[in-house]
Every structure is written in structure tokens, then in C-alpha cells.
Design a protein. Structure first.
Length: 422
């Protein structure tokens, strides 16, 4: 695909009357009107809060405005919305049963498939959310080692439980008393944190690459990844890979398989069931005993419909070449965006893997330029985010990329006008 080819004009945006009405109703019955990472309140006013539907790489808000989806529900939608094979598998399982007195056979089949797909995995456990999975990894590591200390990178996001939430109201210092900190890609800082933990080190948790919200992303240095593996081996501690955001986007396996570093435990969610509620903990045999000891469960953790969707998602990623499709679309998007920025003499950083990119502007303060860009891209029909990494799905066609680039082109024009007006 040629990013410089003629691009379609962006869609005409309808007034957000239905969205504004729902926001007003929500303020009466939902704290703050909305909460969590999908709260549109802090975003530019052009952003809708409520969405109506999605198909392929397009989504529609409740007022009928159409967008190329470059957020993919903040990661879960990897194959595109309403993928036929995934939805058919979910419907077929739901027609039998979903939440029962015991799990369905699909649980065993999905565990077998994950063990066969992910190189370090000898066993699998299932949950519903990424926070479930990262928390369970810590619990299993502590049960296996009999130790308390878990090391995490400063600024990294591992979920919304009291031990890891980025917003501390409602938590206590005791919730984080057994955490230690290192700097991502800084092996010396990791060595110092390991030394400080001493014989109480249960595990080191790490993201596949640095994707802290609001900051340029940073790919992992393979030497750093190998160094963490060596530190854990020397200390008898678990190397825990938080693959919740990246899993099945960077590789059909764990995200560090391409660099040859295998964790002991890994946390998964988001993309593993293409939007159906599912999470997983995968581990090697060294941590099987710890996994057997712990009691972790949930009322809906054993529901079968999402597991059927997960099984179909893995099958479709493999059969359709989903990773390569995301790389192709993501590369075309990156090349087009960088060409547009250069044409308007705008200094930008476009960081991270092409499947999960993030755009920042040099000298931007409080994301003001990023918000200007994102708001105008949204008006042009591309749903991006000014402070969170984007996501490319395997459903993105050349036409989707072309429409997204038409929207980002007018967004760069708006940023240039803003800067020129100063």
C-alpha cells in the first residue's frame, strides 16, 4: 500500500445529542458519571463516552458517528470487531451453557491449546481481567517460594488492585509493603533492587516493553531481558511477564519468545478472546506446585463462552496470519504518519511496536498538542488517544489505513496552525 496515495475525505460528524443525554443520566447513577480507563471526561470534548457498535476495524458511537478504530477497546479487539469465527464459537457454546456447576470441556481444550502455543507454558489457569492474572502470578510466586517481595518497574501499569493501582485513594501503605522497584531497561537498578530484597525475593514482574501511559514507549533491550532471567535464576525467584496488553499482538506465543527469554509465569488477558472477558495465568512446571496450593477463584471465572471465544481467537490468529496482518497495517500507518509530520515540519516521536504505537510531539506540555491532534483526528474519523498507546487490529484494510491517514493529516494541519499562531 502507498501511504501517499489519494486519501478519502473524513466523514461528516453528527452532533453528540444521544451521548450528552446518556452522560447526564449517568451522572445521577454512576460515581463521577463514569470511572476507570474508559472515562471520557478528561479527554477533549470531541470524544464520545458511549459507543453503539463495531465491525471489523470500524466503530460507531451512540450518535452514529463512524471511526477507524485505533484503540480496539484499549487492546482486547485483536482480530477486529465481530470476527465471524470467534462470534460463532461463542454463540455455539452459549447455546449449550455458559456458567455452570462445573467448567465445560472447552476449558481443558483451551488450556491444552495455550500450552501448545506458548513455549514456556506447562499449565494454564483462567480468570476474567488482567488484574486478576497479574495478582494471581504474584500469589503463585509467593506460594512456591515462601517469600514475599515482588519487584516491579517504576511507572509500570499492572492493574487496578490496591497493590498496583496508579491512583492511591482508598489504598494503604501496607498494600504495597512487599513491593520493590527498578527502572525498566536498567539492569543495574534491577540488581540493586534484588540485593535490597535479599532472601525474601519471590519474583520480578516486567512488561514486554515499556508502555507507561503518557510517555514515549521503549522497546526492551534483549540484554536487559536476559539479565532479569539470570537474576531470577540466581535468586530462585520467578520471572513474571505481564503480557496482558501485548499478548498475541507481538507474537503467537509470549512476547519475549522472539528474543529467546522465557518467563516462569505470565499474565494474559485483553486480546486472547477478541473482546470476550477472559484472562489467563500460564506457568512452567517449577511453579505448578505453587499454583496447586493457592485458592483463587471467581463466580464467573469458569464460564465457558469466553473460553470458546479464546480458542477460536488463537485459531484465527494462526490461520489468518493475524500478527503479520497487524504488522503490515501498522507499518503503513507509521510510514504515513511520519511522512505527514515531516511535511509540516513537526517534530514527533512515534514509538513502540507498529501494532501498538504511540505518538508524542516534541516540547508538548501537559499533552496539549497531543490533545489537539487527537481531537481533530477524531473529527476526521480516526479514534486515537492522546495519552495512551494505540492498537492496530488484524482487520485493518488498506481502505481503513487510508481513512485513518486522511484524518491524521488534517490533525497535523491543526497542530501546525496552533503552533504558527503563537
Amino acid at each position: 500500500m502507498n501511504p501517499a496515495a489519494a486519501r478519502p475525505a473524513g466523514p461528516v460528524q453528527r452532533p453528540r445529542l444521544a451521548d450528552l443525554g446518556l452522560r447526564e443520566r449517568a451522572r445521577a447513577v454512576i460515581p463521577g458519571g463514569m470511572y476507570g480507563h474508559q472515562n471520557a471526561g478528561p479527554l477533549p470534548p470531541e470524544y464520545p463516552q458511549f459507543m453503539r457498535s463495531g465491525r471489523g476495524a470500524r466503530v460507531w458511537d451512540v450518535d452514529g458517528n463512524e471511526y477507524v478504530d485505533l484503540m480496539c477497546s484499549y487492546g482486547p479487539v485483536v482480530l477486529g470487531h465481530q470476527h465471524p469465527a470467534v462470534e460463532e464459537a461463542a454463540r455455539a457454546q452459549a447455546a449449550l451453557a455458559d456458567c455452570q456447576n462445573g467448567p465445560g470441556p472447552v476449558m481443558v481444550e483451551l488450556a491444552e491449546t495455550l500450552v501448545a502455543t506458548v513455549r514456556h507454558a506447562d499449565w494454564a489457569m483462567f480468570a476474567k481481567n488482567g488484574t486478576d492474572a497479574t495478582t494471581a502470578c504474584c500469589t503463585v510466586a509467593r506460594a512456591q517460594t515462601g517469600r514475599k517481595r515482588i519487584l516491579v518497574a517504576r511507572g509500570a501499569y499492572h492493574g487496578a488492585a490496591p497493590w498496583c493501582t496508579p491512583r492511591p485513594p482508598g489504598t494503604t501503605p501496607e498494600d504495597r509493603a512487599n513491593l520493590g522497584y527498578y527502572e525498566f531497561n536498567d539492569l543495574d537498578s534491577a540488581r540493586a533492587a534484588v540485593a535490597e530484597a535479599g532472601p525474601d525475593l519471590a519474583g520480578i514482574m516486567v512488561s514486554p516493553f515499556r508502555h507507561d501511559a503518557g510517555y514515549d514507549q521503549e522497546l526492551v533491550d534483549p540484554a536487559f531481558a536476559r539479565g532479569l532471567r539470570e537474576l531470577c535464576d540466581a535468586a530462585g525467584a520467578a520471572l513474571i511477564l505481564d503480557d496482558v496488553r501485548c499478548g498475541f499482538r507481538l507474537a503467537l506465543g509470549s512476547s519475549w519468545e522472539p528474543i529467546g527469554v522465557l518467563p516462569d509465569l505470565s499474565a494474559w488477558s485483553k486480546a486472547i478472546a477478541n473482546g470476550h472477558a477472559l484472562a489467563a495465568v500460564l506457568g512452567n512446571d517449577r511453579y505448578r506446585g505453587g499454583a496447586q496450593q493457592v485458592f483463587i477463584t471467581g463466580s464467573f471465572w469458569f464460564s465457558a463462552t469466553a473460553m470458546a471465544a479464546g480458542l477460536a481467537t488463537i485459531g484465527a490468529l494462526r490461520a489468518d496470519g493475524g500478527i503479520a496482518a497487524m504488522e503490515r497495517a501498522g507499518s503503513a500507518l507509521r510510514d504515513g504518519i511520519l511522512a505527514q509530520a515531516a511535511a509540516r515540519d513537526l517534530a514527533v516521536n512515534y514509538t513502540g511496536p507498529v501494532q501498538m504505537p504511540y505518538l508524542t510531539f516534541a516540547g508538548d506540555r501537559d499533552h496539549a498538542l497531543a490533545c489537539e491532534f487527537a481531537a481533530h483526528a477524531l473529527r476526521g474519523g480516526a479514534f486515537v488517544h492522546p495519552r495512551h498507546n494505540w492498537f492496530v487490529s488484524a482487520a485493518m484494510t488498506d481502505a481503513d489505513v487510508a481513512l485513518a491517514l486522511a484524518a491524521t493529516d488534517q490533525a497535523f494541519a491543526a497542530v501546525r496552525r496552533r503552533l504558527s499562531a503563537k
